[in-house]
Structure formats: C-alpha cells, structure tokens
Write a protein that binds this ligand. Structure first.
Ligand SMILES: [Zn+2]
Length: 102
C-alpha cells in the first residue's frame, strides 16, 4: 500500500504512520479497524440473540407445547399475533429504509 496514513493517537498524542495500534501505548487508532470490530460485535450480538432464543424458548413456544389444549390454543393465538406484528414491523423497517435511501 503506497498510501501513507498518519494517525494521531487519541490517548497519548503520538503520531503513527500506517499503524492500526499506537506504537507508544497500544491504543487502537485505525478507523477502519474500529469499524470492522464494531461490525463484528454487532454480528456476534445477533448470533448470541439467536442462540439465546433457541436455548430459552419464550412463553409462546412453551404454551404451544403445553399438554393442556387451552394453553396450547392461547400459545398459538399469541404466536400468530407476534408473527403478524413482526411482519408489519419488518415491512415498516423496509419502508423507512426505502424512504431514507430515496
Ligand atoms: Zn498512544
């Protein structure tokens, strides 16, 4: 890479050339690297959330599997309601994204 990037360390004020970490105090100074790390954290959070939901079935899931038919029906009603709400939410998010992009 021919491009020279000089970044001033926000922690100690030392100037670093083409470095991701400060040579003086080892603080992360690369903006690109920071973005990458942030994206990784967001991705990891999403994965954790899915795993958590898998391991801890919520009330509707438990009701759906309940031996009592009345609980089961309640579970399915709640499940349908949640599904409809999330579909509307997703549609709304898509709409907002489209408006923001346009
Ligand atoms: Zn530093």
């Amino acid at each position: 890479m021919a491009e020279k990037r000089i970044i001033k360390c926000p922690n100690c004020g030392v100037f670093n050339t083409n470095k991701e970490y400060c040579t003086n105090c080892n603080t992360l100074i690369s903006h690109q690297k920071k973005r990458e790390l942030k994206a990784d954290i967001v991705k990891q959070n999403e994965i954790d959330k899915v795993i958590h939901e898998r391991e801890n079935p919520n009330l509707t899931e438990r009701l759906k599997k309940h031996p009592n038919i009345l609980y089961k029906i309640t579970g399915w009603i709640l499940y349908s309601a949640f599904t409809i709400v999330s579909i509307i939410g997703a549609g709304l998010a898509w709409f907002i994204a489209m408006v923001a992009a346009g």
